[in-house]
Design a protein around this ligand. Structure first.
Ligand SMILES: Cc1cc2nc3c(=O)[nH]c(=O)nc-3n(C[C@H](O)[C@H](O)[C@H](O)COP(=O)(O)O)c2cc1C
Length: 190
């Protein structure tokens, strides 16, 4: 599959079949992640591959708590309706951990404190695209409390769990989310 097709076809998957994801598929997804660009090639990422059902249950329960707290604060209707059952269904979840200490540049250039997150985001997008090219559904998930997630996954307090990527065979056709026209989003300086 060519990269543009993968970009256009990939959609977030929130319903997974229980079919196992092969080791080869997981390795390829992780390999794609580490070839992402990062500031000064500092590679600010680490990965935790989660297949343990008890840990998935814990993550799910914590996410439900996080959702409740978010709804109480925001009152947003979509938060109230949000179902996170995919955290239990997805055969594999990969946590992406970012290292703020890898940024460095922010000591000298204001506004660059978050560039380690940008590198991790590029790695995540590579993961989603390679998952899609291998016939897998995926979801970039962030509705969790980072402090709690650090404890659940045994992450060094100095590092940040930035996202969970849920992976597995899609159980239904993902929603076809629209995009605004590229012209509305682009300004040319000639
Ligand atoms: C930084 C980031 C965080 C996201 N967090 C969540 C999340 O917590 N839960 C969820 O269901 N989707 C999450 N998504 C997926 C978006 O909702 C989804 O990408 C968007 O609606 C566009 O749909 P598409 O991925 O199908 O094109 C996240 C996406 C990004 C890039």
């Amino acid at each position: 599959m060519d990269v543009f097709t993968a970009i256009k076809e990939r959609r977030s998957c929130r319903k997974f079949l229980p079919d196992a994801v092969s080791e080869e598929a997981i390795e390829k997804i992780l390999e794609a992640a580490i070839w992402a660009p990062s500031p000064a090639n500092n590679q600010p990422w680490e990965f935790v591959v989660i297949a343990n059902q008890d840990i998935k249950k814990k993550i799910h329960a914590e996410s439900v708590e996080c959702k409740k707290a978010l709804y109480e604060k925001s009152g947003w209707a979509w938060v109230d309706k949000y179902q996170a059952g995919f955290l239990l269904e997805a055969p594999v979840i990969i946590a992406i951990i970012g290292d703020p200490a890898k940024t460095g540049l922010h000591k000298f250039l204001a506004g660059t404190e978050t560039t380690y997150q940008h590198g991790c985001a590029a790695a995540i997008q590579n993961m989603l695209l390679v998952a899609h090219a291998q016939g897998l559904g995926s979801l970039w998930f962030t509705l969790f409390d980072r402090g709690t997630m650090k404890k659940t996954l045994g992450i060094d307090p100095s590092k940040e769990p930035l996202a969970l990527v849920c992976l597995g065979k899609a159980a239904d056709s993902p929603i076809q989310t629209p995009r605004k026209n590229v012209k509305e989003k682009t300004r040319h300086i000639l």
